[in-house]
Design a protein around this ligand. Structure first.
Ligand code: SF4
Length: 285
């Protein structure tokens, strides 16, 4: 299976992330990288021209970075690829470059609006819309697993934001080691603390964000919340936001509650939880 990886408006964070994949040698036994802007020495133009002219069939196109809405070359490449992957939140939804320039977008979205460079109805020749592997960056296992699924001809189910359900159907909150603190409303005393939840004051988006960051760990050992940094919600279409380290509150109630929790339910339960929190959870670290 051949793969062409292109860079557009990007910090290359997804490339850095991908290079942490532990089984690159095995992956490259199945995947032939036609060109990668940071890893290949040969001329990208030659490969791009061959693909666009139809001289070379392209199995998978990976786009890293946001795009200008009139980027004809990227559009032509997407139309020639069997499967198109938008790698990272910039390629998926526009992210920081789109905030800075209204002519910039993701491949098939601009933030929550479907459309982007390719249009809402775009399907690649395999019949799939763009597969969005959002994240700032995306985890290397997410990309390698999707590449292997394509290689094996497996069906890839997508959610409403075109993200593979296998990685984006549960909240970042799932698997977080701080869940007990969350339930008893015991907040961390400071960033980097080993104890306490980061939702109530430090802006953690774990209960509002779909990702598998606490199930498929980073470098196989850790995650943001495990080291005492809040989840920034970087896999969602509305990333980035201002005030990443603070929880906006009105009358002591977070402005945004965990998905599925009503304001009434939150008020009833949180007061009790805080009052009856076990002493062992209140110990400072
Ligand atoms: S730190 Fe974030 S992800 Fe972890 S339990 Fe608290 S709210 Fe959930």
């Amino acid at each position: 299976m051949n793969v062409l990886w292109i860079h557009r408006l990007t910090c290359c964070g997804n490339t850095h992330s991908f290079l942490n994949y532990e089984h690159l040698d095995n992956l490259f036994k199945k995947v032939k990288l036609l060109h990668h802007p940071s890893l290949s020495l040969d001329d990208e133009r030659e490969v791009v021209e061959k693909v666009i002219s139809g001289k070379l069939d392209l199995d998978v196109l990976i786009v890293e970075g946001a795009v200008f809405e009139d980027d004809l070359e990227t559009k032509n490449l997407c139309e020639r690829a069997n499967v198109v992957i938008a790698l990272g939140s910039c390629a998926s939804y526009g992210n920081i470059p789109a905030l800075a320039n209204e002519r910039v977008c993701g491949l098939q979205y601009r933030f929550k609006n479907r459309g982007g460079l390719l249009g809402a109805d775009f399907l690649s020749s395999s019949g799939m819309p763009v597969i969005n592997l959002s994240g700032c960056p995306a985890h290397p296992d997410w990309l390698s697993t999707i590449l292997l699924s394509i290689y094996n001809g497996e069906k890839i189910d997508l959610d409403q934001w075109n993200r593979p359900k296998v990685f984006y159907s549960t909240l970042t909150h799932w698997g977080c080691t701080r869940n007990e603190y969350f339930e008893w409303k015991v907040e961390a005393e400071r960033l980097g603390s080993k104890k306490g939840c980061l939702f109530y004051h430090f802006g953690c988006r774990g209960p509002l964000t779909y990702s598998s960051c606490n199930k498929i760990l980073w470098n196989s050992v850790s995650s943001k919340t495990r080291v005492g940094t809040p989840c920034f919600g970087c896999t969602e279409f509305d990333f980035p936001r201002v005030g990443l380290f603070e929880t906006k509150q009105f009358a002591n109630i977070p402005a945004e509650l965990p998905i599925g929790v009503s304001k009434r339910g939150y008020i009833m339960l949180s007061g009790m939880a805080k009052t009856f929190a076990p002493e062992r959870l209140k110990v400072e670290d």
